[in-house]
Write a protein that binds this ligand. Structure first.
Ligand SMILES: [Zn+2]
Length: 288
């Protein structure tokens, strides 16, 4: 089963970084997997919603361009339980990693510009010297491109020993990438069922890692966390725990939000909805 969240590190020349746990020092065993070949249903017009944004890499100091979504042209359709924002026609999350094509430094947009001196040193030692340059989509990024770019950002986050919240947020967005890809899988492909099952397993792995990271971050870091206030972070923890079947943690975090004096009525409403879902799910489990 493809549940290895570092599956593409090898293809990026960064196989060594696939060793070990994302959040802790002790090492875990590594399972490697070749990327699944997926025929994607191409969203027409995607390239028209993009532009090339200029960056200067804080690690190698070269200038480069990165595909970016034009704001205002993409429409928000809905917000899912774990706060994934679903846009149409373009899945914006695909464009949320900025990657230097020259040295391999990559991060989520919000973290790209300000690595510390120590982090830059670690990226140079562990990423830049081994990085195998990639060619990303000329006109737009496919999910394969996006997955590789996120893997590169994850390798960088490990190398630079990013805060738990940054790594958790990356894992959360990688789960969203898997979900987005699932929507455009070719249902007529003979491998559809297998690819879908692998995709779902990988999404779960990313959600589990996101939960683990946010739990650690909540103990050690302050707010705002990844742009979220405390009640929103706690709601997200509840939602992630629910997604991975940890109903005890989910219920605990739901209570924390509902008792919070600083939670907005919007986040309390979402939390009540989640509470109903938890109660419903646990009730069903008791019956079976
Ligand atoms: Zn660079």
């Amino acid at each position: 089963m493809a549940t290895d969240i570092f599956s593409d590190f090898g293809n990026l020349g960064l196989g060594d970084l696939a060793q070990g746990d994302l959040f802790a020092e002790p090492e875990r065993e590594e399972v490697k997997k070749a990327p699944a070949v997926v025929k994607e249903v191409v969203q027409l017009g995607e390239k028209d919603l993009l532009f090339d944004k200029s960056y200067t890499c804080p690690v190698c100091e070269n200038a480069f361009k990165n595909k970016t979504i034009r704001t205002g042209k993409n429409r928000l359709m809905r917000i899912e339980r774990d706060l994934r924002q679903v846009y149409t026609p373009v899945d914006q999350v695909k464009y949320d990693v900025v990657a230097c094509p020259i040295c391999g430094y990559a991060a989520l947009t919000r973290y790209f510009n300000n690595p510390t001196r120590m982090q830059i040193e670690n990226v140079r030692k562990q990423i830049c010297v081994n990085y195998r340059p990639q060619i990303w989509g000329e006109e737009y990024y496919t999910y394969e491109d996006a997955k590789l770019r996120f893997q590169l950002a994850l390798a960088n986050a490990k190398a630079k020993m990013a805060k738990s919240s940054e790594k958790a947020y990356l894992c959360l967005k990688m789960a969203w990438i898997m979900r987005g890809e699932r929507d455009v899988l070719d249902r007529n492909s003979p491998d559809y069922k297998q690819i879908k099952t692998e995709n779902e397993a990988l999404e779960k792995s990313f959600l589990k890692n996101a939960l683990e990271g946010f739990v650690l971050a909540r103990q050690k870091e302050g707010y705002p966390m990844c742009g979220m206030d405390e009640p929103t972070t706690d709601y997200l923890l509840a939602a992630l725990a629910f997604e991975v079947g940890d109903y005890q943690t989910a219920s605990k975090m739901v209570s924390t939000v509902l008792l919070s004096h600083s939670a907005s009525s919007h986040i309390k409403d979402k939390t009540r909805e989640l509470k109903d879902e938890i109660v419903e799910t646990v009730k069903k489990m008791a019956v079976h």
